[in-house]
Design a protein around this ligand. Structure first.
Ligand code: NAD
Length: 447
């Protein structure tokens, strides 16, 4: 659905009203298209100290063909508008050294270009070398989350914590955060750990992989299926029999296969496993199917409560358990849950939905350490306001507020959720597990 207000702000009258009345002024966000470079425009790199992580970041910037300079080369006074500012903060070992963030960013932040990227790479606090370092590294979250609220013109700010000796795992994550694929992801904190080095082709990272996407007939699920297929995966799309035509339409366009079933059916895990085994097992599982049945708790019937919990939480739990224990999910695989900011912040009239979506986060946090032994990763996305049929049905005034209540002052698109999932699914993200990333334009709701 189109954002008419945003279109209006691009007209001469709209521009004048925005300026004079101080109205929200959302910048159109560029998305990734075939053939796009990872980053178009100059990058400025800075560091608190010289580290192996800094060397890995600079090697990646060279690899993606970015023209970059270091803060030491005097870029602060450059006339160029940097497209990205990347800072290696892993060398910060005490709170006194946090000043290196201010010294690097203050002179250059105003120059950041339209839809610019700020990425700070820190050391995972709980794996820090000393209590002093742990405190200082934890402090960086406050810096990046605040800076995300200060930057303008569609820019994003994210923090990547890297474990000791995991700098060789940063590539896929930095590519994602530098590129237009992360257009609607801001104010997030992700953790990258150690893992096997996977040298795949970044233009077809999922070649040879088999992916299952539930709720693939429309909306976000259709975008996920299309994006995973774009990246080389063979997709099995699942949806309810009532949506057979829509599912066929989506799957035939991407050369995928269909599996018509209700994910809450008693035999759903077995039927999915059987279809997966025919294709050599699954490498990627995306639990996207979801429903809302909003009612205040005082008016909530048991069947309405159960329906939401069954589709959104019990089905992903049961299907995951069976795919893992039966071996239908291959070692090295990737499971992705679809949560919601309602599961983080809570929402009036959504006790059932928010319980189910917080449970998806519980699934990630509980299973990530357990599945690590088989190199299976599990992460979740938590979308905010995404422009779909579901959000188009929200009454105008509530919709308008929901859409603007984030740092980017606009709703996201299904592709924004799909790109985040594709980054999680990438085998090169071997060190990325146990994360919940909000795709919400840094919504003001929740943490
Ligand atoms: N749209 C948003 O702003 C938003 C925000 C946060 C989270 N989400 C989550 O993203 C996911 C996709 O949302 P959407 O907006 O695309 O919704 P949607 O209603 O447009 O699509 C959901 C799909 O899931 C399928 N589905 C529902 N129940 C099923 C079942 N029992 N078995 C199999 N398939 C089933 C539906 O038929 C449909 O095709 C959901 O989990 C939703 O909770 C959406």
């Amino acid at each position: 659905m189109t954002d008419r207000y945003q279109t209006f702000t691009r007209t001469p009258l709209g521009k004048a009203l925005v300026k004079n009345l101080g109205l929200p002024n959302p910048t159109p966000l560029p998305r990734w298209t075939d053939g796009s470079a990872v980053i178009e425009g100059p990058v400025v790199f800075g560091a608190s100290a010289e580290t192996d992580t800094g060397k890995a970041i600079q090697a990646l910037l060279r690899d993606v063909g970015a023209s970059f300079s270091t803060a030491a080369e005097g870029v602060a006074s450059s006339e160029l508008r940097p497209k990205a500012l990347v800072f290696d903060a892993t060398g910060i070992s005490s709170t006194a050294e946090l000043t290196s963030l201010q010294r690097f960013f203050s002179p250059v932040i105003r120059q950041l270009g339209t839809a610019g990227r700020v990425i700070v790479v820190g050391r995972t606090p709980e794996l820090a070398a000393s209590p002093e370092q742990q405190i200082a590294q934890r402090a960086i979250e406050g810096f990046t989350r605040s800076l995300g609220k200060e930057v303008k013109r569609g820019a994003t700010v994210n923090l990547v914590y890297v474990a000791p000796d995991a700098h060789d795992q940063l590539d896929s994550t930095l590519r994602f955060f530098l590129s237009p694929k992360s257009a609607y992801v801001s104010g997030q904190v992700v953790r990258v750990g150690t893992g096997p080095l996977v040298g795949n082709d970044p233009t077809a990272p999922l070649a040879g992989k088999v992916a299952l996407v539930t709720g693939a007939a429309r909306g976000i699920g259709a975008a996920i299926a299309e994006t995973l297929a774009r990246d080389g995966a063979k997709v099995i799309g699942v949806d309810v029999p009532q949506n057979a035509n829509d599912l066929r339409h989506v799957m035939s366009a991407i050369g995928g296969s269909e599996l018509l079933l209700d994910v809450t059916a008693i035999d759903a895990p077995q039927r999915i496993a059987a279809q997966a085994q025919e294709q050599g097992g699954l490498d990627i599982v995306v639990h996207n199917a979801g429903i809302t049945r909003d009612k205040r708790l005082a008016n909530m019937r048991t069947d309405v409560w159960d329906a939401v919990l069954d589709v959104n939480l019990r089905a992903p739990e049961r299907i995951t358990e069976h795919l893992v224990s039966s071996g239908a999910l291959n070692d090295g695989g990737s499971i992705i849950g679809v949560s919601s900011i309602a599961g983080i912040a809570g929402n009036n009239g959504q006790t059932n939905y928010a319980t189910s979506k917080a449970g998806v986060i519980g699934l990630v946090q509980t299973l990530a350490p357990r599945l690590g032994e088989r190199q299976i990763r599990i992460n979740a996305v938590a979308p905010g306001f995404i422009e779909t049929e579901m959000t188009a049905r929200i009454p105008f005034a509530i919709r308008e507020v929901g859409r603007r209540l984030n740092s980017l002052q606009q709703g996201g698109l299904p592709i924004d959720v799909a790109e985040t999932i594709a980054w999680f699914a990438d085998p090169a993200s071997a060190g990325v597990t146990g994360n919940v990333v909000r795709v919400c334009g840094q919504s003001l709701l929740g943490a």
